[in-house]
Design a protein around this ligand. Structure first.
Ligand code: FAD
Length: 393
């Protein structure tokens, strides 16, 4: 009898699992909220208006088109491990023999009062579009009432997401100012980071280059600064300091989708489900967990970071291991390979390391662009590269 394989979520891990299972001629059902896969790592470009939002997604059926593939557009509301079923928003119950959970993450607000209610986040295609529309509305509002708060933008978090967004906004400002007849110098763009430095993933020497470039373009970077509360239009920093801003965006952290803790999986403090070396849940060997949903220790014993790079690599191994389990073969141990970290600092330049080699400036930007091609190639081969490359590069 055919074993029923269910994949939850069509992000980096889920799509890589699905496309590999197709190549291995294995039947499966993929359940995802949307009929498309979006490029989360490029959402800052959508927020910055670099290109139209539809260019940053691909219909699931453009990548997955085998007759043995079943796609269901629905939202998973809970997982019943005892009965081996998944409950969907539509009211349906989906049974499984093997489950792959790759439902990504949600923002981590660290219990900061008012932060969730009074800030925008950058985590879906819709949220990125909303951020872009919000800037336009603030510019428009300034032309009506002259209130300088409309021109102040606060980005909470100086990690990869926050800094890539900052770089993109700095490149957007001249364009928007010209359109609304506003002097560029009036825009006040600030980043608030609680740690002692921004971009902790990259070497010191490169970090100072990034700081130099961003501040030269007009951003103010606050480090060692904690957000203590956010109220409507106001970021509170302790010591009675506050910044009033028309735009407040939170990029300070993520935690795993709550579906995992709700289903009772053993989880870390970020809600990620603990997996073994084969990426199976330590609680249930019929369940694989990948991407931002997985608590997977690297070779040095520390948990792997929630990145698309890791999610894609995990997806590949999960597919192989699902097939191995079904056919009674030995499974593959997951070994993470870090190819480096690259942060774009606007439309043309980037900074980071590639296979341990430091890169910055236009070369860094070029490597960042080529990483988009690499991903398209891995996911959908030459067909996807031909279709999307000229839209996102
Ligand atoms: C702006 C930005 C820039 C980034 N830059 C980089 C970078 O340069 N390099 C890098 O490696 N990483 C980067 N990341 C991190 C990276 O995007 C994530 O680590 C990666 O997307 C995780 O992949 P995933 O498959 O676990 O989840 P996701 O890609 O988030 O996919 C989860 C999927 O599950 C679906 N889903 C969620 N809940 C449900 C539900 N209840 N029912 C049905 N479907 C559901 C979602 O719609 C989505 O399709 C960046 C993130 C952001 C936001």
């Amino acid at each position: 009898m055919t074993q029923k394989v269910l994949i939850l979520g069509a992000g980096y891990a889920g799509m890589m699992t699905a496309s590999r299972l197709e190549r291995l001629s294995t039947e499966f059902t993929l359940i995802n909220k949307n009929p498309y896969h979006y490029f989360t790592t490029l959402l800052h470009e959508v927020a910055g208006g670099r290109s139209t939002p539809s260019n940053y997604s691909v219909p699931l059926t453009d990548v997955l088109d085998k007759p043995t593939t079943h796609i269901s557009i629905d939202e998973v509301t809970s997982i019943n491990r005892r009965e081996r079923t998944v409950q969907l928003r539509s009211g349906q119950n989906e049974p499984y023999d093997f489950l792959v959970i790759t439902v990504g993450s949600v923002p981590e607000y660290f219990g900061i009062p008012g932060l969730a209610e009074n800030s925008l986040v950058l985590n879906t295609l819709d949220s990125a579009t909303r951020i872009h529309q919000h800037f336009e509305e603030q510019m428009e509002a300034y032309t009506q009432d002259g209130d300088m708060r409309h021109l102040r933008i606060v980005v909470g978090g100086g990690g990869l997401t926050g800094i890539e967004l900052l770089g993109e906004l700095l490149d957007l400002i001249p364009e928007l100012c010209a359109r609304y007849g506003i002097t560029e110098q009036k825009i006040d763009l600030q980043t608030i980071e609680a740690a002692s430095e921004i971009l902790p993933q990259i070497p010191n020497r490169l970090r100072s280059k990034a700081v130099g470039l961003l501040t030269q373009k007009g951003a103010t970077l606050h480090v060692n600064t904690r957000i203590t509360e956010v109220t409507a239009g106001c970021v509170h920093l302790g010591d009675n300091q506050m910044i009033e801003a028309g735009t407040i965006i939170w990029t300070g952290g993520v935690r795993a989708n709550p579906l995992l803790t709700d289903a009772g999986f053993t989880a870390d403090r970020r809600g990620r489900a603990k997996v073994n070396q084969f990426l199976q849940s330590v609680d249930d060997h019929h369940v694989f967990v990948g991407g931002d949903s997985a608590w997977c220790d690297g070779e040095n014993g520390t948990p792997l970071p929630p990145t698309a790079q890791m999610a894609s690599q995990m997806g590949h191994v999960i597919a192989d291991n699902v097939v191995a389990l079904i056919s009674g073969n030995a499974m593959t141990t997951f070994r993470a390979r870090s190819l480096g970290t690259l942060a774009s600092l606007g439309r043309e330049v980037g900074v980071g390391t590639v296979l341990g080699v430091p890169v910055h400036g236009v070369i860094g930007g070029l490597f960042k662009e080529s990483s988009k091609l690499k991903y398209l190639w891995e996911l959908g081969g030459i067909r996807l590269v031909e279709k999307k490359a000229n839209q996102v590069i």
